[in-house]
Design a protein around this ligand. Structure first.
Ligand SMILES: NC(=O)c1ccc[n+]([C@@H]2O[C@H](COP(=O)([O-])OP(=O)(O)OC[C@H]3O[C@@H](n4cnc5c(N)ncnc54)[C@H](OP(=O)(O)O)[C@@H]3O)[C@@H](O)[C@H]2O)c1
Length: 372
């Protein structure tokens, strides 16, 4: 049986890793799988740099904020006729974006994708990428089958992804959807490569510059990080063979394979010392772990300095750091049942953190300039 995947967000961290996975597994080469990547105007794929050229990969121009993804009628008719699986990864991942703007992409875009999927006669499955942080300000153990809560959210991104997941419930019975709640991706655990430099990388960058004098949270907060290839392998497996009864999967690390916040700071400092010549001579004090109120006062004082460089760098922290005040553990039952050996296969962050940090330092956090 041939599989025809309509993929949004193919140029992102998860999309490129998934395509890489299918190239390595041979699925694309054997011709059993075809991917149509919907990429949007002004997006990263316009230059054609990101996606590999392959007979099994077709790129069409689209825009998820528009009905029918803004596809031209011919491309739309072809896609509706051929699609067997939809992999909806596209999202605005700007944590601090205004709510209406991020809703347009993450909620409106998801609705358009579901509406298109509903019209595909050969459709078997829709995969929706979500985040473990749809749990917002909840604390404690979070189960995969839980969604609704009134705890609130740390940023507009979390809220918009929660609303997108709620849409999946609205479409139950109309499209077969499974939801992949991804934890924070750090990079490829084998090569240390990083596709996009996101919140955790920026936090480490701020520390390397000696600018993170404080972080909110508690020392024993578990920082849940996962490697790119693990997420790609899990989605690749589950999207083609979705268990019939399970709808939501946590793609996260078990607690014992995660750093505590204190341990991450300690390890980061040791690694900077190893990777950046003369770093230890700068004697940057380690960030103090403080209450939310103290951290907010600190951020206000940074803003008051009016220093645009400092404000810009620290702004990256503002929209996600509060999540460190809501310790939680992500239950992995559904994923472990569906992927035997999943928990054993998750690499311990202690084993690959240094490799990823090496990439961050060498590329100057993605600036393209190599060296310290
Ligand atoms: N990376 C993580 O740590 C992480 C963690 C939890 C959940 N997730 C979820 O996993 C999914 C993939 O994340 P990612 O890290 O791969 O994201 P990413 O690297 O930020 O890439 C986002 C993708 O969405 C596309 N996109 C954005 N706006 C679009 C629009 N209006 N129309 C069409 N395409 C649009 C982008 O296309 P262009 O390249 O053309 O701009 C890009 O391919 C998202 O749903 C995200 O919420 C990611």
């Amino acid at each position: 049986m041939s599989v025809s995947v309509l993929m949004t967000g193919a140029s992102g961290t998860v999309g490129t890793a998934l395509i890489r996975h299918w190239l390595h597994s041979g699925d694309l080469d054997r011709g059993e799988l075809k991917v149509t990547a919907v990429t949007h105007e002004g997006g990263r794929t316009e230059s054609g740099r990101v996606l590999p050229r392959h007979d099994g990969i077709r790129v069409v121009r689209g825009e998820i904020t528009k009905p029918d993804l803004g596809l031209d009628p011919q491309a739309l008719a072809e896609l509706v006729g051929s699609t067997t699986h939809v992999c909806h990864l596209a999202a605005s991942t700007r944590f601090g974006a205004p709510l209406e703007e991020i809703r347009r992409v993450n909620v409106g875009g998801t609705r358009h994708v579901f509406e298109l999927a509903e019209r595909c006669p050969r459709l078997q499955h829709v995969a929706l990428a979500s985040t473990v942080f749809v749990s917002g300000r909840r604390t404690g153990r979070v189960y995969e089958n839980d969604l609704a809560h009134g705890a609130g959210f740390v940023n507009t991104y979390e809220r918009s992804k929660y609303e997108a997941e709620s849409l999946a419930h609205e479409f139950t019975g109309r499209v077969p959807v499974s939801v992949y709640r991804i934890s924070t991706i750090l990079g490829d655990s084998r090569s240390g490569s990083v596709q996009h430099y996101t919140a955790p990388h920026q936090a480490l960058r701020i520390m390397s510059l000696g600018l993170a004098s404080m972080l909110p949270g508690t020392p024993d907060y578990r920082v849940n990080l996962v490697p790119t290839e693990l997420v790609a392998a899990a989605i690749a497996r589950l999207i083609l063979r979705p268990p019939s009864e399970i709808r939501t999967f946590h793609l996260a690390a078990p607690d014992e394979k995660c750093f505590t916040l204190e341990e991450m700071i300690e390890t980061g400092y040791r690694q900077f010392d190893r990777l950046i010549p003369g770093w230890s001579r700068r004697r940057y004090p380690k960030p103090a772990i403080v209450s939310g109120e103290t951290f907010d006062r600190f951020m206000e004082s940074v803003e008051e300095t009016g220093n645009p460089l400092l404000g810009g760098v620290m702004g990256a922290l503002r929209h996600f750091a509060h999540q460190l005040l809501y310790p939680k553990e992500f239950d992995l039952t559904n994923t472990a049942v569906s992927i035997p050996g999943y928990e054993e296969r998750v690499p311990d962050v202690r084993g690959y953190f240094g490799r990823v940090l090496e990439t961050c330092v060498r590329t100057r956090w993605g600036s393209g300039v190599e060296g310290e």
